[in-house]
Ligand binder design. Structure first.
Ligand SMILES: *Cc1c(COP(=O)(O)O)cnc(C)c1O
Ligand SMILES: [Zn+2]
Length: 483
């Protein structure tokens, strides 16, 4: 039995997807100083891990599933294939990762014509979205840098559609010390819950008129010209941490990915990058023998990746940023995804192994997103609007016969439903601004029913009031009296 304590140490480097340049990791780099391209991180000794057969790795990762030591408990259960340059003292774990996979109820599967599906509830991460996976890795690396260089102050900064800033502020508040966090949000374009999170964690929150893409440009300018640590998904350490989603999916199904399809919403495209990258690593080490198929999903209000891949002839594909319009999948409302070059990089590798159908992007309407989310949640799930987007994507894939009933669809509910609850409210109260193009189906709405009035409360004795209220409830519901 191999040791649970990780012995492997890698040699990691940034490599640029634009020009292929390589850079050491003792400095914070986000984009290539030579060409401005985005980076991925690579362990030059990754192939040494092949000395342990796939079965050996499966045993190690399975044995670590019950681990209590913080540095192996969360996403670093997969230490050797994540960031094998960090020391245990630098690794932060706030309980991220290891989120549950919940199979759809029989009634929901029946509604879907027998299609097998499950949600992975990434909203059950500490700040209630998958962004914690990447932040745990990015902040662990930052802690290592601070220790090494003895820095006495680091300002971290991010632009956000809401969840990145909530996660950054949480991890920053925990680490404290030299780290201070500033988050830039598009004014009025994050939910009240998402705004409350960084405020509660004590971060400096700045609002910029415009959309996410406007905030991103400001943050990029700051990162290029000032001493700040950028925590957007340009930061390749975040991508590494987010690979844990793929590792956990594979592990949950006993490393058997045959017949599995993973659905993921695409915004800035960091998550889909990490998921493909993660499965490719497992495949390279023989930990899994097949790649699951990956379906990216985008709203018709923010669909640049869909548009690119919708052209079936690869030689005719051209990338065009799009101007976004309001979307209920607000966390994915991004017209010019930073990680697009990473997506292309991994899609080429992914389809080379898994075939043409191994990666596809689906487009769904705002109406379909809302209705899919409500349908899921009426069957015991806790999907946010992006989780609804995944289910709308699955339904589209079914309609277009891109998936068969023997396959199992695993849908990413990327955040907890409560973060985006305002959209449910707009649906139930039929007050969506027209730009969204959502009109409620009365059969799907719900509202609290008042029982008696304040006047009744004041005019009756407490006992009479209880009795009358109970009788009103019983008669509304038509329940029979016990004999
Ligand atoms: C960030 C986010 C997304 C989009 O993920 P990308 O990595 O930007 O593609 C989707 N859903 C939620 C809840 C998010 O927070
Ligand atoms: Zn470059």
């Amino acid at each position: 039995m191999a040791t649970l304590f990780p012995l492997h140490r890698g040699r990691m480097e940034y490599f640029c997807l634009g020009c292929g340049a390589r850079h050491g990791i003792d400095q914070l780099l986000y984009t290539c100083p030579e060409c401005g391209g985005v980076f991925l991180l690579e362990d030059l000794d990754f192939d040494k891990l092949r000395e342990t057969p796939g079965e050996g790795w499966r045993e190690i990762f399975d044995a670590r599933a019950g681990e209590k030591r913080a540095f192996l408990r969360g996403i670093f259960r997969f230490y050797e294939i994540t960031a094998p340059v960090l020391e245990s003292e630098d690794i932060i774990c706030l309980g991220e990762g290891n989120t549950p996979i919940v199979e759809a109820s029989p009634a929901l599967q029946q509604r879907l014509g027998g299609q097998r599906m499950a949600y992975k509830n990434d909203g059950q991460n500490p700040s209630a979205s998958f962004k914690d996976r990447g932040m745990a890795c990015a902040y662990s690396y930052l802690k290592a840098l601070i220790r090494k260089h003895k820095w006495d102050s680091v300002l971290t900064i991010c632009a956000s559609t809401g969840d990145t800033s909530a996660a950054a502020a949480l991890y920053s508040a925990y680490v404290g010390g030299a780290i201070r966090t500033v988050v830039l949000l598009p004014q009025g374009k994050v939910t009240p819950q998402q705004l409350a999170q960084p405020l509660g964690s004590g971060a400096v929150v700045m609002e910029i008129p415009g959309v996410f893409d406007d905030c991103m440009k400001v943050v990029e300018h700051l990162a290029d010209n000032y001493r700040v640590a950028l925590l957007n998904s340009k930061n390749a350490w975040r991508i590494l941490g987010q690979e844990s989603y793929a590792f956990e999916v594979a592990q949950w199904y006993d490393w058997d990915m045959a017949g599995k399809c993973v659905f993921v919403p695409i915004g800035n495209a960091g998550n889909v990058t990490a998921i493909m990258g993660g499965f490719l690593k497992l495949h390279r080490l023989g930990i899994i023998n097949e790649l699951p198929r990956v379906f990216g999903v985008q709203s018709h209000h923010a669909d640049p990746v869909y548009r690119y891949y919708n052209e079936s002839d690869p030689t005719k594909r051209t990338y065009q940023p799009v101007k976004v319009t309001p979307s209920v999948a607000q966390a994915a409302m991004i017209g010019n995804p930073v990680s697009f070059p990473r997506v292309k990089h991994f899609v080429d590798q992914y389809t080379a192994i898994g075939g043409r159908d191994a990666f596809q992007v689906l487009q769904v309407t705002e109406q379909a997103i809302m209705e899919a989310m409500l349908l899921a949640n009426r069957h015991g799930h806790i999907a946010d609007t992006q989780g609804g987007e995944c289910l709308a994507g699955l339904m589209t894939a079914m309609d277009q016969k891109l998936i068969s009933k023997d396959e199992l669809a695993v849908l990413d509910a990327t955040a907890h439903m409560l973060k985006f609850i305002g959209f449910q409210e707009m649906y139930f109260q039929n007050n969506f601004p027209p730009e969204y193009g959502v009109s409620p189906d009365p059969a799907m709405t719900n509202a609290p029913l008042p029982v008696l009035s304040m006047q009744d409360k004041q005019s009756l004795t407490p006992e009479e009031f209880t009795l009358k209220a109970a009788e009103t409830v019983a008669s509304r519901l038509g329940v029979e009296r016990k004999r």
